[in-house]
Ligand binder design. Structure first.
Ligand code: DGJ
Length: 713
């Protein structure tokens, strides 16, 4: 419900409330965000004469009304608010200032279209506030869509004169008072999204990706929470930017104790130029809230992403178990090898065979051919279509790897169009994995890519695409696009291609990937329902990567596969069932050649697939809880929405002689129900959640337990 009471706007969800007030001068104050309230929270503001905090000119001789103190909806620069701004606009004379004041409002049902930028879908009510800067004529339109129990923001700037937009936050607000922590998700290639919790102090914190991708190193999801908030208690805000390129999150505490948040695309060097009359649409941002701890927030994020962001592909098979050829054979295969691998995959119960890198141009290693998306028939010994048909005749779906945004210098495409790669005139480009980046800011390059991919999908019966991207962007200069627009246009065109393919081929499942999880964000999830979570397939490392990612994203979006031992990334040896159980906390699949297994192990894998299929609905659509994760044990629980079934997965992380017992208290069950546990025991929900459960393991490193809980009728 969106309430307008005079100049006060209150957006009320089921448990979350966001309040904005237009003040006497037309400026937008952010009065409140948090659990439901009635009343005007600006009554908490304390107006007094504050040294070195000036007042609006219209205040005359009154010295108590300062925008350097008041909690604002968007902080501006050079007009008396000295905190970190959410908007920085420079005019032709290099004067940096803006002063947006209320012009009009509109409340309507639906979500504003911001196409081709990624957006949520579904029922919503929207508040639109139009602000105008009289001096420049610039107009800023702020939209707040109340969707489910969360708020989706989007912003649009219309230039009234020629300007340079140096910064414009998609989400910004001040929290009037209180001590807060910031949780961000940091990492590196093969070890993404590990939570880092920092106290918010008077020092500005900025989390930035400058990589032209949301990146392995940081993530455009972050949490602001009370300093006493933990997994099960306390209030917290989740913030997602629906944007897959460089971004910047600024958080800091003001001199008077308010916490300011600004979440924007691109970094400090954005410098986007607009001519009078031109517009800039900013990416959307999603604000979620829970007063039931980080676990409550994760449930909300998962629910909203599954219901309002992810567009499911209409695949023939539900929850397909896939086998990917990468760790099975890397670049070394013939068509017959792949058919044999697909047969093996089918024999262990996989539904979908994915041919990874190495099928095109003359690619036998990562030195060449990106850009030449024609089948290497001499390597395969057949056409791609023949291969796909042969694999499909075994009753399997067929999937294909592509890395469309990249180009190797050793490719026909580069020899024909060297100007299609991002390159700074007069400088040699930086290589990364021997490849350069295609200039997707160009319409001709975008059209070429879209046509090429459309042709492949038309010619060959493909059910799945793995869309990879294996380097960060550098040398950002284009032969045709103005430098300030390259990243923005690149991203828009990337989304445009993904959306066109999705519309044209609704039954094709596209899995995102960027060297694993280098572009795991809500922007991509609007087009790719699942994303390869990490290039690290070691189950023990994956526990951390999956747990970290689960704070802001549903586990149904985690590309997750069982691989061989010793693990190819770190050499670790882990029991087969442990590897399998961890892979089930995602889109289950295999990254191996089943031929390396004994018949007994293959039988075990078949049973694992059967278990996954039986429980996929609970695992993918249920409520996921991080029950316990420390140096001793990792325990995760997925509970069906009706709380009648649950799957618990536990891994022993430490072994000692005469070891201490390992207990957990479950969550999310129905207290009044009696649950039968696989293994024979039974206990009530209240017992399991309050008294707890003793988890025992077989001896040996990294052994695991998988327990199903079924409520008695
Ligand atoms: C990086 C991906 O994350 C891997 O799974 C694999 O597809 C390789 N690229 C192929 O080059």
């Amino acid at each position: 419900m969106i309430l307008k009471q005079g100049s006060l706007y209150t957006l009320k969800g089921e448990s979350f409330c966001y309040q904005i007030k237009v003040d006497k001068h037309g400026k937008l104050l952010h009065t409140y965000a948090g659990s439901l309230i009635d009343g005007d929270a600006s009554s908490l503001f304390s107006l007094k004469d504050r040294g070195f905090s000036g007042s609006d000119y219209e205040e005359g001789l009154e010295r108590t009304y300062s925008y350097d103190y008041l909690p604002m909806e968007i902080g501006e620069v050079n007009r008396g608010d000295f905190r970190t701004p959410g908007i920085i606009i420079r005019d032709e004379k290099m004067i940096t200032a803006s002063d947006f004041r209320f012009s009009s409002d509109r409340i309507y049902s639906g979500i504003p279209s911001i196409s081709p930028l990624p957006n949520l879908y579904g029922e919503a009510e929207t508040l639109e506030l139009t602000l105008k800067d009289e001096c420049s004529g610039n107009i800023l339109i702020l939209s707040y869509s109340l969707i489910s129990d969360a708020i989706l923001t989007s912003r649009r700037l219309i230039a009234g004169e020629d300007i340079e937009v140096c910064k414009l936050a998609s989400l910004s607000f001040d929290i009037t008072y209180g001590d807060y922590d910031l949780i961000t998700f940091a990492g590196r290639h093969c070890f993404e999204r590990i939570p880092e919790r920092t106290k918010i102090t008077h020092q500005d914190i900025s989390i930035t990706s400058r990589r032209g991708a949301s990146s392995h190193q940081v993530n455009p999801f972050a949490i602001i929470c009370g300093t006493d908030t933990d997994e099960t208690h306390g209030s917290c805000f989740g913030m997602h930017l629906l944007w897959s390129s460089s971004f910047r999150l600024d958080v800091g505490k003001s001199q008077y104790g308010a916490t300011r948040i600004n979440f924007s695309m691109l970094d400090e060097s954005m410098g986007y130029k607009l001519k009078a009359g031109e517009e800039l649409q900013l990416p959307a941002a999603l604000l979620t809230y829970s007063d039931e701890g980080l676990s409550g927030l994760s449930l909300k994020c998962s629910d909203i992403i599954r219901a309002h962001a992810v567009r499911k592909a209409e695949l023939e098979v539900e929850n397909p178990v896939l086998l990917n050829s990468w760790e099975a054979c890397y670049f070394n295969f013939s068509g017959e090898d792949l058919i044999a691998l697909a047969e093996e995959a089918s024999s262990i119960g996989a539904d979908l065979f994915v041919l990874d890198d190495g099928w095109f141009g003359s690619r036998n290693d990562d030195l060449s051919s990106l850009g030449d998306w024609n089948t290497n028939e001499s390597k395969l010994g057949m056409s791609l279509t023949e291969l796909a048909m042969k694999i499909k005749s075994k009753g399997m779906l067929f999937g294909l790897w592509v890395e469309p945004e990249m180009i190797n210098e050793d490719s026909d495409l580069y020899r024909k169009h060297p100007d299609w790669a991002l390159t700074i005139p007069g400088r040699k480009p930086m290589r990364s994995r021997y490849q350069l980046v295609l200039d997707l800011s160009r319409e001709d390059v975008t059209d070429y890519l879209l046509n090429t991919l459309t042709q492949i999908l038309t010619d060959t019966p493909i059910d799945y695409i793995k869309w990879d991207m294996n380097r960060s962007l550098s040398d950002i200069a284009s032969a045709t696009t103005d430098a300030d627009k390259i990243i923005y246009k690149y991203e828009i065109n990337l989304y445009r291609i993904l959306e066109s393919l999705r519309m044209r081929f609704p039954s094709v499942l596209i899995e995102g990937c960027a060297g694993g999880g280098g572009r795991f964000d809500l922007g991509m999830l609007c087009y790719t329902p699942q994303i390869w979570l990490s290039d690290n397939t070691d189950a023990i490392d994956r526990i951390q990567i999956q747990a970290g990612s689960s704070y802001g994203y549903p586990i149904s979006s985690f590309g997750s596969h069982l691989s061989v031992c010793p693990n190819h990334q770190d050499g670790r040896i882990t029991p087969l069932v442990t590897r399998s159980s961890i892979a089930m906390l995602g889109t289950y699949g295999f990254e191996l050649n089943p031929r390396v297994f004994t018949n007994e192990e293959k039988q075990l894998l078949r049973e694992e697939v059967r278990f996954y299929k039986e429980n996929a609905d609970i695992l993918k659509n249920g409520d996921f809880y991080r029950i316990r994760l420390d140096n001793d044990i990792a325990v995760f629980l997925s509970v069906s929405k009706d709380r009648c079934k649950a799957v618990l997965i536990a891994v022993n992380l430490s072994i000692h002689g005469n070891d201490v017992d390992k207990y957990v208290k479950l969550r999310g069950l129905d207290s009044s129900k009696l649950y039968k546990l696989s293994g024979g025991k039974a206990a009530s929900g209240s017992f399991l959640m309050n008294a707890g459960l003793l988890i025992t393991f077989k001896p040996g490193e990294y052994s695991s337990q998988r327990i199903t809980l079924i409520a008695e009728k």
